[in-house]
Structures are given as C-alpha cells and as structure tokens.
Design a protein around this ligand. Structure first.
Ligand SMILES: [Zn+2]
Length: 123
C-alpha cells in the first residue's frame, strides 16, 4: 500500500513540483503590485527550493528502488506481486514481469515502457 502510493507519487513528482512552482509564480506576480520585496524573497526561496526538491526526489526514488530491489530479490514483481519474472534480453540485469509487463533494472528502478510509433498499413 505504502509502496504503491510512493510509486504513484514518484511518477507524478515532476508534475507536482512544476505545479508548486506555477502557484509560486502566481503568488509572486500578485506581490509585484502589493509588496515587491516579497516577490524577491519568493524568487530566492524558489531558487534554493530547487535544491531541496531535487534532493527530496532523489531520496524518494532511492527508497522506492530499495523497496523494489527487496521484492525482486525474493523473485516477486514489485508492481503486482506475481512470481513471473524473466530477464530482459540485453537489459543488463533488468527483469520483466510476465503478468503485468512491468520492467525494472538491476538497481530496482522502474523502466518506463516505450510507446511504439504507429506504423502505416499499406493497402
Ligand atoms: Zn507484475
């Protein structure tokens, strides 16, 4: 349960941080007319906030990878729990789940599935 929440949060993390910065931009824009020093303060908070969000994202991804690796070491898929793992050909230790088709590399990181380009069918 916690792993599922962490996984979903990690996959949406970039969008969440972008949303926070968008809201901060809106607040800073309003403060330009009301109280200009607040805009300057928000600017510097945002710049140093990037470091904070980067470190937080790295920590969350590391926790998820370790959790995934613990499950992969037991031979179970971290996504669905099925014991149907197979090695990815040329994946350098990566595994693919036969049940849900999720892929993880040797460090436990989730591998985003590639969307194949649609091929035009000639009639
Ligand atoms: Zn699976």
């Amino acid at each position: 349960m916690v792993l599922k929440l962490l996984r979903q949060f990690n996959r949406a993390y970039g969008y969440a941080v972008f949303g926070i910065y968008l809201v901060a931009f809106g607040i800073a824009f309003l403060f330009v007319f009301i109280f200009p020093p607040a805009t300057l303060a928000l600017l510097f908070i945002s710049i140093f906030g990037l470091l904070f969000f980067n470190v937080l994202g790295f920590m969350l991804r590391t926790i998820e990878r370790r959790w995934n690796r613990a499950r992969l070491d037991k031979g179970r898929c971290p996504e669905c729990g099925a014991a149907a793992l197979s090695a990815i050909v040329g994946g350098a230790g990566g595994v693919r789940c036969g049940a849900c088709d999720a892929m993880h590399d040797a460090q436990g990181a989730w591998i985003k599935p590639e969307l194949r380009e649609a091929v035009a069918v000639q009639a």
